[in-house]
Design a protein around this ligand. Structure first.
Ligand SMILES: [Zn+2]
Length: 307
């Protein structure tokens, strides 16, 4: 049996058909058109589900989505108002009633974390953390093989940990948040401030690879903030692995070596001796894989109960 897996992002909806071994049998994407609101989004989700459900035997629907999600209740509970009407949507209830198949909903970074655990960089790992670096910094934590969700299901929002007192403003309304200093957006803002150039991530690293001193200095400043936050996370969770996702992961070993050198100055040896840092391996597929994994887990629990 296959799973219909859907990953709802702010700009794009990725979706596919995944089997129980995690093979992606088919995948595609369409635009979210977030500003058109939740009704429009639900129509798009229906269209995707109906395309598959009429043709294949389906074990369920796994949905990874942007925003703060209560995975236990299958409800969107918070986040920015990127998709009008999205907060408060009881998506699991709506879809289970309509399609009569098991459904799960979980936050996209948590899904990506589980996708990497199932079939990516964190395969076989029981204690690890995942950071996705992009417009913000998202976090996922696996402790003793289980996703850390917290009482309100919104744990591991790493991006809003304050790392600078009265620092730069963050989209959350607070000042000095980790993501205001160590996200890709923060890096590119630094380039604009210091060099007067509006570059994208790829262009920035091209300058760095030309050994241009001012760009290397900007990179070092940004890395210093990034590892300030990361070293605190390492002290809290004592992970065996840190997985770094987002566009920046394309920089591979080059950036990894810089991160490691910076961490060596900040974190005690016994924490680092057992720690590996890796770039994410499943890229854009991690979300739909993680959502499929959670659906399979839900079905296993249901089957156990029925015996
Ligand atoms: Zn913030």
């Amino acid at each position: 049996m296959n799973i219909i897996a859907i990953d709802i992002g702010g700009t794009e909806i990725k979706y596919g058909l995944v089997n129980e071994e995690g093979e992606i049998l088919f995948s595609s994407s369409l635009l979210t058109e977030a500003s058109k609101g939740v009704e429009q989004l639900l129509k798009k989700i229906d269209k995707i589900i109906e395309e598959f459900i009429s043709t294949y035997l389906i074990a369920g629907i796994g949905i990874s989505a942007t925003g703060q999600i209560d995975g236990k209740q299958g409800v969107v509970v918070g986040g920015t108002n990127l998709i009008p009407g999205w907060i408060g949507t009881k998506l699991v209830e709506i879809l289970e009633e309509k399609y009569k198949v098991p459904t799960i909903l979980e936050n996209d970074v948590n899904c990506a974390t589980l996708g990497e655990m199932w079939l990516g960089a964190a395969k076989g790992k029981k204690n690890f953390i995942c950071l996705t670096i992009g417009t913000g910094i998202g976090g996922g934590v696996v402790l003793n093989g289980r996703l850390l969700t917290g009482e309100g299901s919104v744990a591991a929002e790493f991006g809003h940990i304050q790392i600078v007192k009265d620092g730069k403003e963050c989209g959350c309304g607070n000042k000095g948040c980790y993501q205001a200093y160590a996200s890709t957006t923060a890096l590119l803002k630094l380039v604009e401030e210091k060099m007067g150039r509006n570059l994208n991530g790829k262009e920035f690293f091209e300058e760095v690879h030309k050994n241009s001193i001012p760009y290397i200095e900007i990179l070092n400043e940004w890395v210093d903030y990034f590892t300030d936050g990361l070293s605190s996370l390492i002290y809290i969770f004592n992970p065996s692995l840190v997985v770094i996702g987002g566009g920046i992961s394309k920089q591979g070993d080059f950036l990894m070596d810089i991160f490691k050198k910076s961490l060596e100055k900040k974190v005690m040896k016994n924490y680092l001796d057992i720690l590996t840092i890796k770039m994410a391996e499943r890229g854009n597929d991690a979300g739909i894989l993680g959502a499929s994994y959670l659906l399979i887990e839900k079905n296993k629990k249901t089957n156990q109960k029925s015996y």
